[in-house]
Design a protein around this ligand. Structure first.
Ligand SMILES: Nc1ncnc2c1ncn2[C@@H]1O[C@H](COP(=O)(O)OP(=O)(O)OP(=O)(O)O)[C@@H](O)[C@H]1O
Length: 366
């Protein structure tokens, strides 16, 4: 029913001859895939999406949709559907006519229009709403009509720019699931732009992380979370964010040992081999808040001394900020854990969960 692949080949976008918003971007989106483009504000996400849609001209490079070169084609010549966060419905047309509109302007026969509209309304669960005006719908229903209108003409690609950014948080979680379910049901290749890593993680098959116009990593949510390629991705994916600490590598009995502020960090045997191959005497380690264990007593393996700075009970979990010398670290624990402010505690970093980054390049050390 739907078929769509996308390929970017060294695509660049320069605005006004000086703002290099997208730099040598190359990636492929597979048929039926759900890709999220994720990055902070100003990273080039919307520019990338607008290049796909043909709303911006490519400065250099090529874009292919289903192996057809579309770099210089107008938006109308690319079979792409866009869904916007403000729904973009016609307020004076009923749901049926809103859904039928894109087909009627393509001069499709009334019988075929009727068949298509009812099919998509059935899939989206809005078959009972066809006679209503948009104002009579909940925002969830409006979103579904908006998606339905984008998909009714069976586009090669569906693209969405921050579709949920102005929806309240409860509805957002609901709509995330809806969009994901619709994608599963229809199999329409979908590209979603978001600055919200939770949204990207929850919805997408793969995530493309972009920063300052440069692709940082393209991978599954798990790949990004467990094997971030660089410090930027490591710090951007996960809440609270990963902790980073600068370490010194010393040699003990001919073996490399890591120290942070005088405390020794135990590493796994695999990582010990990695450090043996590494020829610098400093690096940065990354450790996620959920990968740090905390104890009130010094005990073997709990080698890092810290002071409790603040406790944040978040209902289902507790976030504890501690200081290790001048550094602050966040630790995620069970909600019933309690410490006093300034209490002395000892930390253990889960060995197999420590990430290593080069201080100069910020790249993961493998
Ligand atoms: N039409 C334009 N003219 C000049 N500069 C632009 C234009 N559009 C975007 N930019 C610049 O290009 C860079 C990338 O912008 P873009 O909108 O693609 O980022 P974004 O990741 O989508 O950001 P946001 O999440 O804030 O929308 C920014 O520096 C922005 O100021």
């Amino acid at each position: 029913m739907y078929l769509g692949t996308l390929r970017f080949n060294n695509v660049n976008k320069v605005y006004l001859g000086r703002v290099h918003a997208v730099k040598d971007l190359s990636f492929t989106v597979d048929d039926r895939e759900f890709l999220a483009i994720l990055g902070p504000s100003g990273s080039g996400k919307s520019s990338t999406l607008r290049l796909i849609a043909g709303l911006e001209r490519v400065t250099k490079g090529e874009i292919y949709i289903n192996d057809r070169l579309v770099t210089d084609l107008s938006p109308q010549e690319r079979n792409i559907a866009m869904s916007f966060e403000n729904f973009g419905l016609y307020p004076n047309l009923c749901v049926y006519d809103n859904l039928a509109y894109p087909l009627r302007i393509r001069k499709m026969s009334p019988e075929k229009v009727d068949k298509r509209v009812r099919e998509i309304a059935e899939v989206l669960g809005i078959i009972d709403q066809l006679n209503k005006l948009p104002a009579e719908l909940s925002s969830g229903q409006k979103q579904r009509v908006s998606i339905g209108r984008a998909l009714v003409r069976r586009p090669e690609l569906t693209i969405m720019d921050e579709p949920l950014s102005h929806v309240d948080s409860g509805m957002r979680v609901h709509l995330r699931r809806e969009i994901k379910r619709i994608h599963r049901e229809l199999g329409n290749t979908t590209i979603l732009v978001t600055h919200d890593q939770l949204e990207a993680m929850a919805m997408a098959d793969r995530i493309l992380v972009i920063h300052e116009g440069v692709l940082q990593q393209l991978g599954t949510p798990d790949e990004l979370y467990y094997h971030p390629k660089n410090e930027f991705v490591a710090g951007f994916i996960g809440t609270p964010p990963m902790n980073f600490l600068e370490c010194i590598i010393k040699s003990e009995d001919g073996h490399p040992v890591l120290f942070v502020n005088g405390s020794k960090i135990d590493v796994s045997s695999t990582d010990a081999k990695l450090l043996e191959r590494y020829n610098k005497d400093r690096l940065k380690i990354g450790i996620r808040p959920s990968d740090i264990l905390i104890s009130v007593n010094p005990q073997p393996d709990y080698g890092i001394e810290a002071n409790v700075y603040i406790m944040e009970p978040l209902g289902e979990k507790m976030i504890i900020t501690v200081t290790v010398s001048s550094e602050r670290l966040k630790i995620e624990t069970d909600p019933d854990v309690r410490f006093d402010i300034n209490q002395r505690v000892w930390l253990h970093f889960k060995k197999e969960r420590i990430h290593f980054f080069d201080l100069d390049t910020t790249m993961r050390i493998n």
